[in-house]
Write a protein that binds this ligand. Structure first.
Ligand SMILES: [Zn+2]
Length: 203
């Protein structure tokens, strides 16, 4: 099945945002897609949005190698290799029951990926899978997790972050604005550490 690709703007730098990686997460990214269609952002370069990468209802975590052998995983890597984004945003959805696991301070030791940072709106911000990071070279990759229920405020935060990405002139510019996005020294240091973590995978 071919995914739908929404392209705004044109040229470099390329910013790619994808959703619907597994299970029923596309329900969240469909909402974002309809919002993106109607925004009048001053996009610098290209902003590409793919609301649905997976077309089956299976839930395979991107932290497991089996995801990359599935249709969704193959689609995802193909999309990243095709568009070669300098900024890449992965949009997920979480059930309330998964929250504790996602923000677990021991997540790096347990799962090999840093814990998410929870914004007041319920939006989680963190790293994409280290497997994806090792398969493709992206300067600024980030994962966002929206609550599957009661997501109104998280959606607002998500759209603000996507706008920062879409309107940024460069990766450095985007980092600077993202690090200062949330007026909280804990967030700032989290983002500084995220930058170091991502750079571990750069080639
Ligand atoms: Zn997910």
């Amino acid at each position: 099945m071919m995914e739908e690709i929404l392209v705004k703007g044109g040229g470099l730098p390329v910013k790619l945002a994808v959703g619907g990686l597994h299970g029923r997460e596309w329900i969240v990214s469909r909402r974002i897609e309809s919002k993106i269609r109607s925004v009048d952002w001053s996009i610098v370069g290209s902003f590409i949005f793919v609301p649905r990468v997976s077309f089956d209802a299976y839930y395979r975590t991107t932290l497991d190698i089996s995801f990359y052998r599935s249709e969704a995983g193959l689609n995802l890597i193909r999309l990243i290799k095709r568009f070669k984004p300098s900024i890449y945003i992965e949009i997920h959805g979480y059930a309330k029951s998964s929250l504790r696991r996602l923000v677990d301070p021991m997540r790096l030791q347990k799962k090999g990926v840093p814990s998410f940072f929870k914004l007041k709106s319920g939006l989680l911000l963190g790293s994409i899978s280290p497997i994806t990071l090792s398969l493709v070279d992206i300067e600024l990759p980030l994962a966002l997790e929206l609550p599957l229920k009661h997501r109104r405020n998280a959606l607002i935060d998500c759209m603000r972050l996507l706008r920062i990405v879409a309107e940024s002139r460069s990766v450095e510019d985007a980092w600077k604005i993202l690090i200062g996005y949330y007026n909280d020294p804990v967030f700032r240091s989290y983002m500084e550490r995220m930058k170091i973590w991502i750079n571990l995978f750069r080639r």
